[in-house]
Design a protein around this ligand. Structure first.
Ligand code: MG
Length: 302
């Protein structure tokens, strides 16, 4: 049996919520119902295919829910904003916030289901493509030492993710181990390898699994592609990685090996039209990495 399509419904108005939930359930969808924005944030998961999000909700509004949904699903979930606002500027704002479509209230039942069916076609296809992409990767796509993706996979993925049209920003983290040559010179290459492996593991534990792509970019340089991540979210991820690596406790020859990383963070916005977007993004992240190094290492520059 085919996997059911999961629809997230976020609506603070009780009667609208009941009616829409009933309609969707009767049509065979797996419905996750949130009474407000805060609850919606809790119900967002990478498995959400389609979301119907009320714009006006107390506390956390629909725009924020939409942004978070895109981030968690790596841009794959299809977001339909439901709004009483019909002003053009509001619609532009909703679409800029990452919404794929919008409906105005009062919602027509037949139209609602038709829009969800259309959204489903796009979202389910995107989920399958993403899964296929990950499943198609074999051992040969992994770097033998770190277990991260190879440079070849990185190049392919970045080219694919930055191609126009983009529905969401793409962020890139360039991570470089500080004083790696000194570690090798002082403790030997076996310890150097151990440091790389441990840092790679720390990075892997922080990235979004199934969404972010962590690859060994060069010798002691690791790159993370974060699809559908705003620069702020990517910077937070970079900071968590930096902190986790700093906490590593590796001992060699009875002494503690100090391991830290410098991270450069950059993002490419959906509307930017660069001649070579992948290369542009790498150059931007590299420039930030250079800044982080110059400012004393063990830090993030965005
Ligand atoms: Mg409302």
């Amino acid at each position: 049996m085919a996997e059911r399509t999961t629809v997230l419904l976020a609506e603070d108005d009780v009667s609208s919520r009941r009616i829409m939930a009933h309609l969707l359930e009767r049509s065979g969808y797996e419905v996750r119902v949130a009474q407000d924005g805060r609850e919606a944030l809790e119900l967002i998961g990478p498995d959400v295919h389609v979301a119907l999000i009320d714009w006006m909700m107390p506390g956390v509004d629909g725009v924020e829910v939409c942004r978070r949904l895109k981030e968690v699903t790596g841009g794959r979930a299809y977001a339909i904003m439901v709004t009483a606002k019909a002003e053009k500027s509001d619609i532009v704002h909703a679409l800029d916030a990452g919404a794929d479509d919008y409906m105005t209230k009062p919602v027509d039942h037949a139209e609602l289901l038709a829009r969800v069916r259309a959204a489903e076609r796009v979202a389910v296809r995107e989920h399958r493509l993403a899964q296929a992409w990950v499943q198609a990767r074999s051992e040969a796509d992994r770097d033998a030492l770190t277990g991260l993706y190879t440079r070849r996979v990185f190049d392919e993925a970045l080219a694919e993710l930055t191609v126009k049209p983009r529905s969401a920003p793409v962020a890139l983290l360039m991570i470089d181990l500080d004083h790696f040559k000194r570690i090798n010179d002082t403790h030997g290459h076996r310890v150097g390898d151990e440091v790389l492996r441990a840092a790679a593991e720390a990075i892997r534990s922080e990235v979004r699994s199934g969404t972010d792509i962590a690859a060994r970019y060069g010798g002691e340089e690791i790159a993370v592609i974060a699809p559908a991540a705003e620069i702020g979210g990517a910077e937070e991820l970079a900071e968590r990685i930096r902190a986790r690596v700093e906490e590593l406790r590796l001992v060699a020859g009875g002494t503690l090996v100090a391991v830290t990383v410098s991270v450069g963070v950059a993002a490419l916005q959906p509307h930017e039209s660069e001649h070579d977007p992948a290369r542009t993004l790498v150059e931007r992240a590299d420039a930030r990495l250079y800044e982080a190094k110059g400012a004393g290492r063990n830090q993030v520059a965005a």
